[in-house]
Design a protein. Sequence first.
Length: 339
Amino acid sequence: MNNEHYPSINPLYDILLGPIKMAVLEAAFELKIADILEQATELADIARVLDLKTDPAGLGFFLDSMVSMGFVEKSGTQYKNTDFGKHFLCTPSPVYMGGFVKNITAMQYRNLGSIAHIVRNGPPGVAPGQELSSEVKWENAVAHLAGYQRAGAARLAADLVESLPEYATATRLLDLGGGPGIMGMEMVRRHSGLSGVLMDLPGIIRLAGKEVKKEGLESRISFIAGDYNEVDLGEGYDIIWASHNLYYVKEPVAFFRRVKAAMTPSGVFICIHEGLTEERTQPMSVVLPRLSLALEGQDVSFEKGQIATFLGEAGFERVETGSFSLGMGEGELVIARKK
Ligand SMILES: C[S@@+](CC[C@H](N)C(=O)[O-])C[C@H]1O[C@@H](n2cnc3c(N)ncnc32)[C@H](O)[C@@H]1O
């Protein structure tokens, strides 16, 4: 053995774990294991519900893997859902994540088997309806986005907005490009004097109406349907919220001038996007999930400071930035005031 000191091999072990975790999660969704564990907890009974064609040895190994990932608890031959499993893996749960994971993986994994080929030969092209700017793409994602927002992002977003000094006296809020609108609705629900406007593409607004009904907030939420590059954004907003959605703005400075004009003089614009650093190589939690899209020519990520610069150029006098995550990768928080 030579005396060379090598760097730690630990990153390799982490990398090797990724696909195994994903395969266990996908099998859990496919077998609806969490649903079964709500009716049966003994290994033999779980095997019976699954109508296995073999002995339950493989089922045991699989359940043990779910235990190792924190989805299931084990005691002897008994298995039961953890809190995580019960909420996110059971199909009747309002925050069931099966559809969301499928939707996200379809986007984030689709070119991973052909990275070398794409690097050599160029982008493969984007299938119709898969363009990030397409209405159909977002229509298909609304239900899954609702799950993601309900599962925690809406609470985090509302906590943040609630901490603004303007919140207590605000009467009108715009959830700009809000998708199903659960975030804006949570902000409105917490403040009896606040009414909300949900703005998004027409197809998304059609579907979001159902979410507003589900939340029982029809009387306090109104809608603007259209492309934010063209549609009248309305006026008199004390708070405008925008998260992970300003990628399709065509002329940013002109757009933020329109946003500014839609606000009251003491209004506040607050947004969260990724904010890449170090020559677009960090944070890894943003760069890697977006690789597949970037390889097919859909590299839409903002760099840190980019949105703040546009806001300054659009005439916002006070622009502050910080870090904030809504749960899916690190984010840059930007808060802009007219004066
Ligand atoms: C990634 S989702 C973000 C939704 C929500 N703000 C969130 O953080 O969960 C992007 C949203 O931007 C909307 N969007 C895309 N292009 C748009 C446009 N030109 N005008 C208005 N909304 C648009 C999509 O319909 C979708 O709801």
